[in-house]
Design a protein around this ligand. Structure first.
Ligand SMILES: Cc1cc2nc3c(=O)[nH]c(=O)nc-3n(C[C@H](O)[C@H](O)[C@H](O)COP(=O)(O)OP(=O)(O)OC[C@H]3O[C@@H](n4cnc5c(N)ncnc54)[C@H](O)[C@@H]3O)c2cc1C
Length: 450
């Protein structure tokens, strides 16, 4: 396919992985990144330090031939470990057995390895501190700012892959030029990251193989393990209101808030005040835009096209899935316009579906997980999957453990399955009260084979 030079704006997870996949196909992807090289500078603390990597992401890393080079960064998490107000914990398994786990991984370390792999495979250096400031789609040029010299220059290049994240300058340029429309819905809740220190001898102070949740109805705290024995905890809380970031104004108020709602964790966060008042409070946004491409000139991928809220742990996984989808289309078609067109047609409905499921999952994580009905339905789902694996796969599992099931199918199938679970749990309080004969009949009549 001509031309073989491709410009990628953004060396985040999506831009770096896309660079690797294109380099493996003989292209010369030139990657421009606004930030300094994080392999040589200290990372800013307190912003999404670790995240959940699941099957879609693993599959993409494998397809790019880099899974083994990041494996040492991965910590398996076999379920949600819920902490109630009295500090009593209970594990809700994610999957049907220990083969179905998700992994905690440092976003920065993963990104660094992907950058190194990209540079090794392509033999092209990433251009750091180069910020895209504008685009002229008719002429096929980008305006770039070299932040080292504070000078602007014009880049004559196409095609361009915009992997410049949720606040994408390229998406903004498309919107300004009337070439794309959409919305950026900012959630009324915010997040802040706090650090749970390693214990004696660098050991984890909480179960290292679980994603910890302190669900409190209107808000929650979660914690994911790091390989150095620490955990990154994230507080999700309304921006405004009686119990909100706005109301947590002094160290004493913060201490009292944590002592009231998260008593078992306070002693594990050695510098609660420092973390709370120095780490940024982040916003979460759902980006919906279309189209994602301008002819054969530009295509948006990852968060730039479809940022989602983090509650299904799928933003990066979905961005990685984009990269694989795009590289497969490049293998099949000769024209960039066809590739971009097909990409958007295939990915947009799926991006919309995971955006919806991610929003739904916030209520589940902070509230519904505590309810006996939810726990009953979850246990029943796993049992139905064990008994009827060709007909029933829990929705969470479809999203997290089955890259071959598109997000849209998981959403639609999930609705059908939810109706069935509701019917089977009518008037039932415990799993041993379920009518298994009726369950088998309903599963086979209502749910076609996968
Ligand atoms: C609190 C939180 C928790 C999350 N947890 C998970 C999780 O558990 N699992 C999961 O899969 N996802 C998670 N995510 C989402 C995940 O972080 C994103 O989906 C992922 O980082 C998207 O990758 P990206 O490369 O598309 O964008 P980004 O990671 O935003 O990377 C964009 C890159 O482009 C660069 N850039 C930006 N503008 C320009 C410009 N004008 N010129 C040049 N370069 C530019 C940026 O510096 C950056 O390096 C979470 C997000 C948040 C906020």
């Amino acid at each position: 396919m001509q031309p073989t030079t491709v410009t990628i704006i953004g060396a985040g997870p999506a831009g770096s992985l896309m660079g690797i996949l294109l380099a493996r196909r003989g292209f010369a992807p030139m990657v421009y990144e606004r930030r300094a090289d994080m392999r040589r500078t200290e990372m800013a603390a307190g912003r999404s330090i670790n995240l959940a990597l699941a099957d879609r992401g693993l599959h993409a890393l494998d397809r790019a031939g880099v899974l083994e080079s990041v494996r040492s960064l991965m910590i398996p998490m076999r379920g949600r470990l819920l902490h109630d107000l009295n500090g009593v914990t209970s594990l809700q398994r994610y999957g049907k057995d220990d083969t179905e786990v998700i992994y905690s991984i440092s976003r920065g370390e993963l990104n660094k390895r992907l950058m190194t792999e990209y540079e090794r495979i392509s033999a092209i250096a990433i251009r750091f501190r180069q910020s895209c400031r504008g685009a002229d789609f008719a002429r096929g040029t980008l305006t770039m700012l070299d932040e080292q010299t504070d000078s602007t220059y014009e880049l004559t290049t196409s095609p361009v892959i915009g992997a410049d994240g949720a606040s994408s300058a390229l998406r903004e340029e498309m919107t300004q030029a009337g070439l794309s429309r959409g919305s950026e819905d900012v959630l009324s809740h915010r997040y802040k990251e706090l650090s749970i220190a390693p214990g004696a001898g660098g050991r984890h102070q909480l179960d290292a193989n679980a994603l910890h949740i302190w669900p409190r109805g209107g808000f929650m705290l979660i914690a994911l393990p790091n390989i150095d024995g620490s955990f990154t905890a994230t507080l999700f809380l309304p921006a405004q209101g009686p119990e909100s970031f706005e109301s947590l104004t002094t160290p004493l108020i913060v201490q009292k808030f944590f002592a009231r709602h998260f008593p078992d964790v306070v002693s594990l966060i050695p510098d609660l005040d420092g973390d709370f008042f120095t780490h940024p409070t982040g916003a979460m946004v759902t980006v919906r835009s279309a189209p994602w491409h301008v002819g054969d000139k530009l295509l948006l991928i990852g968060d730039a096209a479809h940022a989602i809220v983090p509650f299904h742990g799928q933003g990066m996984n979905c961005a990685f899935e984009d990269c694989v989808a795009l590289s497969e289309l490049v293998d099949r078609h000769m024209l960039w316009e066809t590739v971009f067109d097909e990409f958007e047609r295939a990915r947009k409905p799926n991006a919309d579906a995971i955006a919806k499921m991610a929003l739904e999952n916030y209520v589940e994580m902070r509230d519904t997980v505590r309810h006996p009905k939810f726990q009953l339905q979850q246990a029943l789902s796993l049992e139905l999957e064990r008994e009827h694996p060709q007909h029933f796969i829990p929705r969470y599992s479809m999203v997290m453990f089955h890259h071959e099931i598109p997000y849209l199918r998981a959403l639609e199938r999930g609705r059908l399955q939810q109706q069935l679970l509701d019917d089977l749990c009518e008037g039932v309080d415990r799993i041993d009260q379920v009518n298994w004969g009726k369950a088998a009949a309903l599963v086979h009549t209502r749910l076609p084979k996968f």
